[in-house]
Design a protein. Structure first.
Length: 161
């Protein structure tokens, strides 16, 4: 009889682990929608909050970097980006995030290492999304906000000069 609870516990841990890896696109999408809604509402209610936009088409930067920054999710499915650091000039910064991974991912920027979210792409599989934000000089953290992905190492540093 003691083996049955151990097997049941093992199955529950396995199911939780799979769910944390973004196996369901509906939970990932709702997490991204929550992040996007929080970003939109904070930008709308605070005049000092930077504006963030996201679209599937590339937007030409005005000020900031002369060309969009490019980054991708690891195409083999590993929970990591292809770059661990990015550098940009202060002003309007455009980032093109490509996800060719079999997992759904997003690209989220936050002030410092634990500050507010500045902007995020939707969570998606396949294709490229563009994020445009206004950034002051400083250090920012970028990460994938799908549950478990950042903790697994899917994050990096954006330095704005």
């Amino acid at each position: 009889m003691p083996k049955f609870p151990a097997v049941l516990l093992s199955a529950a841990v396995l199911a939780l682990g799979l769910a944390a890896c973004g196996g369901s696109s509906s939970s990932s999408s709702s997490a991204a929608a929550t992040t996007a809604a929080a970003t939109s509402s904070s930008a709308a209610t605070s005049s000092s909050a930077p504006a963030a936009t996201s679209s599937a088409a590339a937007a030409a930067p005005s000020g900031g970097s002369s060309a969009p920054l490019t980054i991708a999710a690891n195409p083999s499915g590993m929970l990591m980006f292809t770059k661990s650091s990015l550098t940009a000039k202060a002003g309007t910064v455009t980032i093109q995030f490509t996800n060719s991974s079999p997992e759904a991912h997003n690209f989220t920027i936050q002030s410092g290492t634990s500050g507010p979210v500045i902007g995020a792409t939707p969570t998606f599989k396949g294709g490229t999304k563009t994020l445009t934000v206004k950034l002051k000089a400083g250090t920012y953290t970028f990460y994938c906000s799908v549950p478990g992905h950042r903790m697994a190492g899917m994050q990096g540093t954006l330095t704005v000069t």
